[in-house]
Design a protein around this ligand. Sequence first.
Ligand code: HEM
Length: 438
Amino acid sequence: MRITVPTGEPTIDPDSVDLFDPTLYSTGDPHAVWRALRAQAPVHRQTLPDGRSFWNVTKYHDVNDVLRDHTRFTSSKGTLLSILGSQDPAGGKMMAASDPPVHSAMREPLMKVMSHRALKDRQPQIRRIVHRRLLAHLLDGGTWDIAAAAADFPMAFTGTLMGLPERDWPRLTKLTTMAVAPTDSEFQEGGGHATLVAAHHELFDYFSRFVRRHPGGDDLVGFLASMEAGGRRLRHDEIVYNCYSLLLGANVTTPHAIASTVLALIEHPGEYRRLLADPALVPGAVDEGLRWSSPANHFMRYAVHDLELGGARIARGDALVTWLGSANRDEDVFPEPYRFDVSRRPNRHVAFGFGPHYCIGAPLAKIALNLLFEEIVRVVEEFEVAGPVEHLESNFVAGIKHLPRAPPVRAGGARRRGGAPRGGHVGPRTPTPPPPPH
Ligand code: HEM
């Protein structure tokens, strides 16, 4: 998604706004639209040409209200605009599409194996993956598309965690992108709807076969198959839905957090120099990158009964779409929201959501992002864009498809192409160790 800094007075005809249109996020200016909606119509109803409608919720506190309270806003009828108006077949079976107590029964055991503490032992393995999959290419001296490479990255840690064979990773990466950006011509197989259907069909078929053949064991799929939720084992279809959700949750978000944060650091060289001077700022920079990019663009809920939200009267059964990228620029919560600040504090962004469905993969994503940016800061003194940045056509994922990058200036200026070192850091930095064996 294009990330802009809107200027001038925020005025717009709220009835002309189309937040459903995937092209708004590839070629339009959603930040300008969200800013105007926050100022003029923070909870506003949009009706599609086919008669389906939903409420656009754009202010931080309204977004949090919707995400936090399952007694007023249910997840069980579906949480993505792509299935607006049709009953989600995963409702009540997949953690992400269910409400407590079903939701909590599934989530509580899973949280134990996906917590920061449980994943701590995996850090050396993730660091090796960072080296092998990203840094080795970053430093090889050629022009390189960091967004395309980052797309493969989550499979390496989530795929490993789930026990999925490496030979399947490229196809699974493509399928998850097809599922969230079915109209993007680069990922289409047939028309938009056909692409969505094909992606879902192949993913569910894949996991159904994978789960049946799974021998059990200590990976995440083995855990799902053996854990108890509400006093019983999960059924086959529940395991399959949750495998799908875990894979999608990781694959379609983490790469865009990487590419968007790199782009933000390229566009704000002063902030990158601050990181070089003080690597302890990396965790803050990762959080600011998440706020800045908000890779999961929206999540949807349905009203359980008639209610009022942000001055609007919502009827039972109405769909509400919370725009996380908008909440993360709310000027009532974030001072100077359009400033990229690696030391922003507090930074209570909602990139991972809020309330009972707060991203269960957040600890894993944060470990991977922190390790990656720690390594980048250690070995890259400066990098720049070498070609046009292309954005994903999707109303669900705020993504970058292509970010060609010039050969980076390596720590100590080793790869500088002529001239004296530029940038804040001029002294020699710790030499790059060879990538550890995998
Ligand atoms: C930068 C990376 C990520 C971002 C921005 C992100 C964002 C989100 C958000 C906003 C939600 C809340 C959904 C809702 O309220 O309905 C969520 C939930 C979820 N995420 Fe993530 N996610 C990321 C990484 C991951 C990873 C690495 C995994 C898996 C390993 C994952 C798996 C899930 C699952 C299964 C849920 C549903 C949780 C529940 O319903 O309780 N996510 N994610």
